[in-house]
Design a protein around this ligand. Structure first.
Ligand code: ATP
Length: 448
């Protein structure tokens, strides 16, 4: 087994063992490309989403949040171009031996499949375009039934509400609308765990500007930098992130520019984590045409109407979870023992502090530890109490789920009122401090 395969397998196994991520509907044999988040995974994912919401929406006074529905009529996707020739299509080829279908532009998937038929010559059919939009119907009778799609991207939910936001909030350009939500794509070859799923979550900002303000790609450059700083803030090493500009033949015909932030994955090298797209007036113009509703903006200064341009920041939540896990996974030696730990940035860690009594069978230690646990839980929420096994085992359990700090209550705590010990996950170092000092320290670290 190669080292990179090994790392992915270790992460998938840790995710299951410690309650981060499970195969979807596992007891029924699972569904390919579908995953369920367990108790710790959902906290990690929420922390990433909260960090997005805070930086892209709450802290700004030019961006509104919203949450659009998953089901949308087919016409939305005709307007956005997702159903057409240049739409949300991937090239599909079929193996002439076993009739399995694979994405033609994924060399890893092709090679993996050919391995299955080792010794045989695999022949493939000519590639055909396969549309990834998931279809369903709404309505109880054949007559009233309408075709709808589960949205293939969350973007369109914002554009179709552009007028609603204008009419209810009365913003002036430039302004943005951000949202987080599920998207669905019938991926031909879902693979690489959370990387390519059929149901996944996106976090996006659509930032509307006056075309004349975009001289020198001012806003595009601004959001490129902003998205980079945000992604980097998830805790990546500089050398594992890079920008890549889309080649002209790679980007949509209407796009003025497009860049990806890529992560250096152990399974397939540089892969898209986040996209910054200059969509110009494409979406609003098309939805105006297809819906018959005027989606222009009245410019008070010029006393004229215009269709704003849109700069989009679009990232996958689940890809961020996977990349954060890959980046955080560390094996080292501490105190002569090998250990595995997740080096999460404290703001993302599902559990911030674990509180232990030194010994389980000393009621006075347990009682004091319980009271400190309650005090810290009131302050930070994500705090655990653990008195199972010896201290070493408890540290290892917390290391494996990426808890940044462990607080231990020992005899000095109760006999000498000497505070507690605070142990650092990464260095294993312990410092004695008062509970108030623990609170102040953790608070300062979480706000970093
Ligand atoms: P890719 O080329 O990897 O298929 P894309 O260019 O189709 O991605 P976009 O349409 O730009 O992706 O979607 C925006 C973001 O949504 C991506 O940067 C990625 O993080 C996420 N994303 C897209 N498809 C998937 C998927 N199948 N599973 C998980 N996340 C996805």
């Amino acid at each position: 087994m190669s080292e990179t395969q090994d790392l992915m397998e270790k992460i998938v196994s840790l995710c299951k063992r410690r309650g981060f991520v499970f195969q979807g509907s596992e007891i029924y044999g699972g569904l390919s490309g579908i995953y369920d988040y367990g108790p710790l995974g959902v906290e990690l994912r929420n922390n990433i989403k909260q960090y997005f919401w805070q930086k892209f929406i709450t802290e700004r006074d030019d961006v509104y949040g919203m949450s659009a529905a998953i089901l949308m009529p087919r016409k939305v996707w005709d307007a956005s171009g997702h159903t057409g020739e240049a739409g949300l299509n991937d090239p599909l080829v079929e193996c002439k031996i076993c009739h399995e279908r694979v994405r033609a532009d994924q060399p890893e998937a092709i090679a993996e499949h050919e391995k299955k038929h080792e010794g045989k010559k695999v022949e493939w059919t000519e590639p055909v375009k396969f549309n990834l939009l998931v279809e369903t119907k709404l309505g109880s009778s054949e007559k009233s039934q309408i075709d709808v799609n589960l949205r293939g991207e969350i973007t369109q939910g914002v554009h179709v509400n552009f007028k609603n936001v204008l009419d209810s909030m009365h913003p002036e350009l430039p302004f943005g609308i951000g949202q987080i939500g599920k998207a669905f794509r019938n991926e031909i070859t879902p693979r690489d765990f959370l990387f390519r799923q059929r149901e996944f979550e996106q976090m996006e900002l659509q930032y509307y500007i006056k075309p004349e303000e975009e001289e020198g790609k001012k806003w595009f450059e601004y959001w490129k930098r902003f998205a980079w700083d945000w992604y980097f803030g998830l805790g990546f090493k500089k050398e594992n992130l890079r920008f890549r500009q889309h080649a002209e033949d790679e980007r949509a015909h209407y796009a003025k520019d497009a860049w990806d932030i890529e992560y250096n994955t152990p399974f397939a090298g540089w892969k898209e984590a986040w996209g910054i797209h200059h969509r110009a007036d494409w979406d609003l113009r098309r939805h105006s045409e297809y819906s018959g509703v005027d989606l222009s903006y009245y410019d008070e200064e010029k006393k004229d109407r215009l269709i704003p341009w849109d700069i989009e920041c679009s990232g996958g939540v689940d890809r961020a979870v996977l990349f954060v896990m890959l980046e955080a996974y560390t094996e080292d030696e501490l105190g002569g023992e090998t250990r595995t730990y997740l080096k999460f940035s404290p703001k993302l860690a599902p559990v911030k502090i674990a509180v232990f009594p030194l010994l389980k069978n000393k009621p006075e230690l347990v009682e004091k530890a319980q009271s400190i646990y309650k005090e810290l839980k009131k302050e930070f929420g994500a705090v655990e109490f653990d008195d199972n096994g010896n201290i070493g085992k408890r540290y290892r359990r917390q290391d494996e789920i990426g808890t940044p700090w462990c607080v231990t209550v020992d005899f000095e705590t109760i006999e000498k009122d000497a505070g507690v010990t605070l142990r650092d996950r990464d260095t294993g170092e312990q410092k004695r401090m008062s509970v108030q000092e623990v609170k102040d320290f953790v608070k300062s670290q979480l706000s970093n």
